[in-house]
Structures are given as C-alpha cells and as structure tokens.
Design a protein around this ligand. Structure first.
Ligand SMILES: C[S@@+](CC[C@H](N)C(=O)[O-])C[C@H]1O[C@@H](n2cnc3c(N)ncnc32)[C@H](O)[C@@H]1O
Length: 226
C-alpha cells in the first residue's frame, strides 16, 4: 500500500512515560482538539443503550459526549496505555456524574481485551499519529474484530491536507514531539470497511500559538462502518 506518512519515533514504553508526564497539562496545551472531538462525537451518532469502546481514552475528551448519548443503560469501555491519563479521565467522569456507565482499564489497543462483536462504536482520538506504520493494520483489525457488523469506527488524528510531504514531516524526528500527521482512510478502505469518509480540519488560527501549530499540521476525522 502506498503510504505517504513518515515513520513514528516513539515506542509504546516511551509513549507511556511521556503521557505519565503530560497527563496533568495535556488538555491545556492542545485545546484546538476540543472542537474536532465535538464533531467526531456527533458523527459517531451514539444512541441510548449502545456500547462504545473509547480506545486510547487519554484524559477523556469526547467521552463525556458519548457517555451522555448512551445514557444510564449504555456502556462505555475506556482503555489507555497510561494510568496517569486514565486517572484524569476518571476524575472528569466522576465530576460530571457519568461514572455509572464508564469502565476504565489500563491496556494496549494492540490486543483488545473484549470479545468479538461487542461494540456499536469504536472511538479513537489522536493515537494513530503515535503508532509505527506497521502497527496500523493489526490495530485496525483488532478494532474491526470488536465492532458489531454495521458498527461504526471513528478515528480522529493529527493529519495533513493530502499525501504531499509537509515541512513538519521533514523536521518531525528532530522535534521531540511524539505525534506526526497520518492518513488513515486508505487503510480502512483496503481492510474492507464500508462507507469510509474523511473530513480534513485545519487548526483554527485564534491565537499566535494556534497560528503556529496550524502552519505545521492539521487534523482528520475518518468514519467507517464494519
Ligand atoms: C495524544 S493522546 C490522545 C488522548 C485522547 N484520545 C484525546 O484525544 O484527547 C494519545 C493517547 O494514546 C494513548 N496510547 C498510545 N498508544 C497506545 C496504545 N498502544 N494502546 C493504548 N493507548 C495508547 C496514550 O497513552 C495517550 O493517552
């Protein structure tokens, strides 16, 4: 498969250490990701009583919207490599009165500890941009395995407008930033997911910081059905 993204520089153990350090300030330094999460939750279209897997839940962005949508009869399974990020998400859900329907688990999405066909929706934000290229297909296969037939996969990633190499990709490995832009729709198509749709979202230029970030990368929301 043609793959126009650069290789990741982080391993899982480096990622875990990095997010143990970032957990307490993560949201303050990536606020432009809030609106794409809101849109991704809307596109997920969760309904009352449904089961949702939030893979790599981080501090729980998007999870509150999903938990409200599935209601008290629904179920949210949330997992992440980083227990520090999970603790932030857990505190947030408790504060919002939503912890009755959310179950947390520390784990690796490479091996999802759930039975086949157990979720209506798999929701995953800003994780594939950390994962090495050869990990994409096995992880997507795991996500497909746990989705019910007709279930929806929603991926939100650091991305770029098209397949051309960007300035940030040229400097990425020298920056110390763990994430780089990815393009996930072609993988979903090649794995036989249906109704694959990609929406590209530039970073809004509301502050000097956002203007700078917006020159370096953008974001994509990719939805598909099993
Ligand atoms: C950039 S943060 C995004 C967190 C959250 N999804 C969000 O959008 O705010 C990436 C998250 O992915 C998690 N992660 C990375 N690789 C993972 C893996 N192999 N299994 C589970 N979680 C992983 C990290 O621990 C971190 O919490």
């Amino acid at each position: 498969m043609k793959n126009n993204v650069v290789e990741a520089t982080f391993t899982d153990s480096k990622t875990e250490k990095y997010y143990a350090w970032r957990a307490s300030n993560y949201e303050a330094l990536s606020h432009w990701e809030t609106e794409p999460h809101e849109e991704a939750v809307r596109l997920a279209g969760a309904r009352e009583g449904q089961s949702v897997l939030v893979a790599a839940c981080g501090t729980g962005r998007g999870m509150d919207g999903l938990a409200k949508a599935v209601g008290p009869k629904g179920r949210i399974e949330a997992m992440d490599l980083s227990s520090a990020m999970i603790e932030q998400a857990r505190a947030k859900m408790e504060k919002m009165g939503l912890s009755d329907r959310v179950h947390f688990r520390q784990g690796n999405v490479r091996s999802l500890p759930y039975p086949d066909e157990s979720f209506d929706i798999v929701y995953n934000g800003y994780m594939f941009d950390l994962i090495e290229k050869k990990g994409f297909v096995p992880i997507l296969e795991e996500m497909r395995r746990v989705l019910r037939p007709g279930g929806k996969l929603v991926l939100l990633n650091m991305s770029k407008p098209d397949g051309r190499k960007t300035f940030f990709e040229r400097i990425y490995r020298f920056t110390g930033i763990p994430c780089r832009p990815v393009l996930m729709a072609p993988y979903l198509e090649s794995l036989g997911f249906s109704d694959v749709q990609r929406r590209y979202k530039p970073v809004p230029a509301r502050s000097f910081y956002e203007k700078l970030v917006g020159l370096l990368w953008g974001q994509e929301i990719v939805t598909a059905r099993r």
